[in-house]
Structures are given as structure tokens and as C-alpha cells.
Design a protein around this ligand. Structure first.
Ligand code: SF4
Length: 143
């Protein structure tokens, strides 16, 4: 799919704002941090972006572990989504990079509810860990 993502349109006009919405912010102290309200806005814009399934499928088959929001999902949420996609393709999530990106894109386009489920599952895991008073960390390493 061609076109320009919403994030790229905003980055072209206001790169710092785009960093806040989809990435991290470099503070005056030299440390990076997350601007959570801005990221929430970025997630909402991803939900409406016409490139979303293309964007997400590329992130799944060419995975990078980082703190960015891609296709409206955090790294942990993309990890959960990758497991579900891999299962649908009858492969292991660590081998998801072997899948064809167009095939993953087309599958995601036909199963938009899976993207929402990945977000919900991440939230549920976080809540359960808090209830069990376990430390909350990344849910394993996929990539
Ligand atoms: S779906 Fe992808 S291309 Fe679109 S705004 Fe979100 S990160 Fe950018």
C-alpha cells in the first residue's frame, strides 16, 4: 500500500510533536521518557490511519524491540499480536519474520478484532500481575 501515514504527516510539520506521540522525548537532563497523554493521542490517530494494517504487518515481520508506538500498539502489544498471527499461520512467533508481509497484512485486514484483542490482553496481563503483586515487565521476548 502506498500513501503517507498520519505519523509521517505530523512529523513533517512538527517532528517533536511526532516524537512525543509515537516515540520518546529527550529531556533537558539527557534522559528519554514517555509522554503518555501524547502517546494516547498517537494511538487514537493510528486507529484512523489508512496505512494501519500495512504498518503493523511490516512491524511484525521486521520486528524491532523499542519504545515506539506502531500501528497503535506498543512493543508488548505487538508481541501479543505476533503470537496470535503466528498461531494463525501455524508457525512459532520467533519465526514470524519468515512470513510474507503482504500475507500478514491481508490476514490482519480480515481480522481487525485481533488488533483490539492484543491491546486488551496486554491490559489484562498487567492488571493480573498487579493483583498478584508481581513486578510488571515486558511479556517475554519475541524479537
Ligand atoms: S498506523 Fe503506522 S503509519 Fe499510521 S500513524 Fe500509526 S504508526 Fe504511523
Amino acid at each position: 500500500m502506498s500513501g503517507i501515514g498520519v505519523c509521517a504527516q505530523i512529523a513533517a510539520k512538527d517532528p517533536e510533536r511526532a516524537d512525543r506521540m509515537w516515540g520518546m522525548v529527550l529531556g533537558e537532563d539527557g534522559e528519554y521518557s514517555l509522554d503518555r497523554p501524547a502517546r494516547a493521542m498517537g494511538r487514537q490517530l493510528c486507529d484512523q490511519c489508512p496505512l494501519r494494517v500495512d504498518c503493523l504487518s511490516r512491524a511484525l515481520v521486521s520486528p524491532v524491540r523499542d519504545n515506539t508506538i506502531i500501528g497503535g500498539l506498543s512493543y508488548e502489544e505487538r508481541t501479543i499480536l505476533a503470537r496470535r498471527v503466528a498461531k494463525a499461520f501455524d508457525t512459532a512467533s520467533r519465526r514470524i519474520h519468515k512470513l510474507s508481509q503482504p500475507a500478514v497484512r491481508d490476514w490482519l485486514a480480515g481480522h481487525p478484532e485481533i488488533i483490539i484483542c492484543a491491546k486488551d490482553a496486554r491490559h489484562q496481563m498487567w492488571r493480573q500481575k498487579k493483583q498478584r503483586r508481581e513486578p510488571v515487565s515486558a511479556q517475554g521476548t519475541l524479537f
